[in-house]
Design a protein around this ligand. Structure first.
Ligand code: NAD
Length: 433
């Protein structure tokens, strides 16, 4: 199949590369000329495990190329995927200007039938608006279909998720479009769930909000564990062993961040309000998520007392491990809170420091060369993102390097017993002892 993807970010680039890898001919379009130049020069603008190999392999095989021209993309392909940002507005509702602009640009160059597929996360009923917009701006009155195909990949394992999806949701009422979509996804051998456009759009917001709800649920329980002396890890194991519930997303910690969950929960609240059926449960999900990081900061303050001029090491800056994405990262928020209170913060992250420096996200932080360099002379260590690298560190060396061996584990990465044996004062989230 000939496919184009408009927007070559975390979703668009990985999707384009994986489509090419199963044999399709793909053009990735982006209006950021610098990004297109970077990709054309063989460099990958984001860190995503395995992505570089897939991109290089398919560029060499001439199945994947990059352009800044939507016209080029639309002419090349039978199917045009849209994967541009849908950021939040101050009131939580979705800013759809990127989607509208792309719809207009497609309309202006549309000369024959195309399937326009929305892969961005959008509010229910956006497909109708996209179709209306294309109809309005396409002077030639060309036939087309708009399909919703939400993306469920997780950053950090996006290539694997794309190649082995749990399910593929395709929302469309057109047999012609559905037949083409099935051909695109045939090589992935995953269940394809066909729905109407509105249901497909709703599935994405409902899924992400449910995952955020699971995180807030266990975080609320972690507070009850701390107040009662129970251990949230044991409680999560006990709950999660029930197949109806499942253990995943029941990891107590600093709460969810990133470019998806906070924005998608806020969007779903706004959507439900606009539809006149406010989803109040999700407001509580948001509140718990905010309170969780405040409780953690309080724990640091209660232990260290005055933070001004105290040297604190922070491990992890990305919003989750195995990515360089620092958008809406709880770790960054935490570092900025510590800096605001006058602490001297030395932070280290395996992949996120370039972006933190480039975007100047933590004014006044010192970015350390290694995890061990960050803890030199530190009065406390804060674990903010659970990279594997931190689990493999020699904690004897860490203790010797620190001024005072105190660890605040914001992701329950370390074993409290082991840490105590090693001579640390250890504070996790919702953990006994
Ligand atoms: P991103 O910011 O990484 O990438 C978007 C890209 O679109 C950028 O490269 C930008 O330059 C480009 N772009 C913007 N306007 C354009 C235009 N008019 N023409 C061509 N290119 C344009 O965003 P992302 O993380 O890939 O997210 C894209 C969408 O997918 C969002 O709706 C997001 O909610 C959704 N989504 C993201 C994830 C994730 O894990 N990142 C997962 C599932 C769904």
């Amino acid at each position: 199949m000939d496919i184009s993807i408009i927007g070559s970010g975390y979703v668009g680039l990985v999707t384009g590369a994986c489509f090419a890898d199963v044999g399709h001919s793909v053009v990735c379009v982006d209006n950021d000329q610098r990004k297109v130049d970077t990709l054309r020069s063989g460099q990958i603008p984001i860190y995503e495990p395995g992505l570089e190999d897939v991109v290089h392999r398919n560029v060499s095989a001439r199945r994947l190329r990059f352009t800044n021209s939507i016209e080029d993309g639309v002419h090349h392909s039978q199917i045009v995927f849209i994967a541009v940002p849908t950021p939040p507005q101050p009131d939580g509702s979705v800013d759809l200007t990127y989607i509208e602009r792309v719809a207009r640009e497609i309309a202006e160059v549309l000369k024959e039938y195309r399937v326009i597929v929305d892969k961005s996360t959008v509010p229910v009923k956006t497909g109708e608006k996209v179709a209306e917009t294309i109809r309005r701006y396409n002077k030639a009155g060309v036939d087309f279909d708009v399909v919703s195909n939400p993306e469920f990949l997780r950053e950090g394992c996006a290539v694997a998720d794309l190649m082995n999806p749990d399910r593929i949701v395709v929302g469309s009422n057109s047999d012609r479009a559905l037949a083409l979509m099935k051909k695109v996804y045939e090589p992935f051998m995953a269940p394809i769930m066909v729905t109407d456009v509105n249901s497909a759009e709703l599935i994405k917001h409902a899924a992400n909000s449910f995952l955020a709800l699971k995180i807030s649920y266990i975080n609320a329980i972690s507070a009850i564990c701390e107040a009662s002396g129970a251990d949230v890890e044991r409680v999560a194991d006990g709950i999660g062993a029930d197949k109806r519930i499942g253990r995943s997303f029941l990891n107590a910690g600093l709460g969810y961040g990133g470019s998806c969950f906070p924005k998608d929960v806020a969007a779903f609240i706004a959507i439900s309000e606009q539809l006149g059926v406010p989803f109040l449960l999700l407001k509580e999900v948001q509140r718990i998520n905010q309170v969780q990081r405040e409780r953690f900061l309080k724990k640091i303050r209660d232990t260290l007392w005055v933070l001004r001029d105290k040297r604190i090491a922070v491990w992890g800056l990305t919003f989750k491990p195995d990515t360089d994405d620092v958008r809406n990262s709880v770790a960054i928020d935490l570092v900025n809170n510590l800096l605001q209170e006058g602490a001297i913060v030395h932070a280290y992250d395996p992949k996120g420091m370039d972006k933190v420096a480039e975007l100047d996200l933590c004014k006044g932080v010192t970015l350390a060369k290694s995890a061990l360099a960050a803890v030199q002379n530190a009065e406390a260590l804060v674990l903010a993102t659970e990279w594997n690298e931190f689990q493999r560190i020699d904690f004897e060396q860490v203790r010797k390097a620190m001024h005072t061996p105190i660890v605040f584990d914001g992701r329950n990465l370390f074993d409290p017993g082991t840490m105590k044996e090693l001579g640390f004062r250890y504070y996790g989230i919702g953990r006994a002892g």
